[in-house]
Design a protein around this ligand. Structure first.
Ligand code: MV4
Length: 446
């Protein structure tokens, strides 16, 4: 087992990893930028090291300084958390070259899943269903038109190096395709330095369903009950729940087996997530694989009792999967509490938090690293807390979430608490009828 882990992240996930390490008896070093010097995670770690100035490019993305910090402090592993360097294959490679374990899958697995066209090719070969569309990266509009004709309109153009919806374009006919394709290429080139595009048939009203998996070095792969993540804004998830109201135990088994096949195809080790689109006829299609621990991992922990971060660390250290089949125990929901003005286009609301009174009681968990008197820096993302409810069924989980949202008091800044209160009252949400257009159709957002 590792003796000391360097945590290359900030905020609630840095604290979450520190908590897991403490329970495993592992020493912790947390890195931080200048502005984060007096944060909750730096105070809770055994050691902390400033690696650079406030912009992430100079601190949380500064590979040379982070690896030096690990060497100076004698850490034998680096946990990247989510975001920042968590899905950077080059960083994983540098860690291993320096004799430091990267807590995640191999650099090859990260690279293969980072190229979304390559991921599709692998999954297709292994019998994991993919959305009909292109076989590989498309660089010429002529080829794009040919494939779109064969697939049938509407199609969606996605950036090979994208993921999470960046650089996506929906195209309804050939004329539109010819107009939009060069722009999509340029956009992809600018954002990711690679201009590769791939094409998929556009599904009109899918659900986003994802499967957490955990895998060991011997190829044992365990799947967790699915997470329903259809409620998103600009491809940022706002509410997640597990299990999904749309997934029967039979469908869960079918999709879970496909997720396991996906993980085995790339010799995946540690924890990861396989994302699918699900249509109203129970057809499911591989979308992408996330090779990191995700923001929404707590709902899977709540419905299984498995500590995913401890599992991730012990799997990285070479331990084997010991769990048998996992069935959902009750129902869990997560609301992401962001420092944003949901009545004003979710505009970020940085500044000083004057009041921060947390809810509690049965079935309520809060993952946060902020507190009253905390000043939200403008340099990073706007998530300030994850509010997670757990109940014996969906109805109880919603009732607990509703009363926790009433208890939660945040002053000094705008937050998304009011937005979540409205969703918890929405008729279709209460019926479990959510899809990827929920915010437009039900909440009046663009
Ligand atoms: C799609 C799609 C429909 N058809 N792909 C991909 C990344 C994700 N954040 C958005 N993505 C979508 N990919 C095909 N072939 C619809 C979406 C989509 C979506 C997916 C999940 C949750 C919200 C969404 C909102 C708009 C579009």
């Amino acid at each position: 087992m590792f003796k000391k882990i360097l945590i290359a992240n900030r905020g609630e996930i840095a604290l979450r990893i520190i908590r897991a390490c403490k329970e495993l008896g592992i020493k912790t070093v947390v890195i931080h930028s200048q502005v984060d010097g007096d944060s909750f995670s730096t105070r809770n770690a055994d050691e902390s090291i400033c690696v650079g100035a406030d912009p992430a490019s100079e601190s949380y993305l500064n590979m040379a300084n982070i690896v030096s910090a690990a060497q100076i402090s004698g850490a034998d592993a680096i946990h990247p958390g989510y975001g920042f360097l968590s899905e950077n294959s080059h960083f994983a490679e540098i860690c291993e070259t320096c004799g430091i374990s990267f807590i995640g899958p191999s650099k090859e697995a990260i690279l293969n899943m980072g190229d979304k066209a390559c991921a599709r090719e692998i999954m297709d070969r292994e019998g994991v269903p993919i959305v009909p569309g292109s076989r590989d990266t498309i660089n010429r509009v002529e080829k794009a038109a040919k494939i779109a004709k064969k697939t049938g309109y509407p199609v969606i153009l996605k950036a090979v190096a994208g993921g999470g919806g960046k650089g996506m374009r929906i195209v309804r006919n050939e004329e539109e395709l010819r107009k939009v394709f060069p722009a999509a290429q340029n956009e992809a080139k600018k954002a990711f330095s690679k201009g590769g595009i791939y094409i998929e048939k556009y599904l009109e009203n899918p659900r986003h369903i994802e499967f957490q998996i955990a895998a060991d070095k011997d190829g044992n792969v365990l799947y967790f009950p699915e997470r329903e993540c259809s409620i998103q804004r600009k491809h940022q998830k706002l509410i997640e729940e597990s299990p999904s109201p749309a997934v029967s135990s039979k469908l869960r088994r079918r999709m879970g087996k496909a997720a396991v096949r996906a993980a085995r195809a790339i010799k995946y080790v540690t924890v990861g997530t396989v994302e699918f689109l699900l249509d109203s006829d129970d057809n499911f299609y591989f979308m992408e694989m996330n090779t990191r621990i995700q923001v929404e991992h707590p709902i899977s922990e709540e419905v299984t009792g498995v500590d995913l971060v401890k599992k991730q660390i012990t799997l990285a250290a070479g331990e084997e999967i010991s769990n048998k089949r996992l069935e959902p125990l009750g129902h869990a929901i997560e609301c992401r509490i962001n420092a944003e003005d949901y009545e004003n286009n979710f505009m970020p609301s940085a500044g000083l938090i004057s009041v921060f009174n947390l809810p509690g009681g049965p079935g309520i968990r809060i993952d946060t690293a902020v507190h009253a008197g905390y000043e939200i820096p403008a340099f990073y993302d706007s998530m300030i807390a994850k509010l997670i409810s757990h109940g014996s069924n969906r109805k109880e989980a919603i009732a607990r979430m509703k009363r926790a949202l009433e208890e939660f008091e945040i002053g000094g800044i705008k937050s998304t608490i009011g937005f979540h209160r409205k969703v918890m009252e929405n008729k279709n949400f209460l019926k479990g009828k959510v899809n990827t257009h929920f915010l437009q159709d039900e909440m009046g957002y663009k």
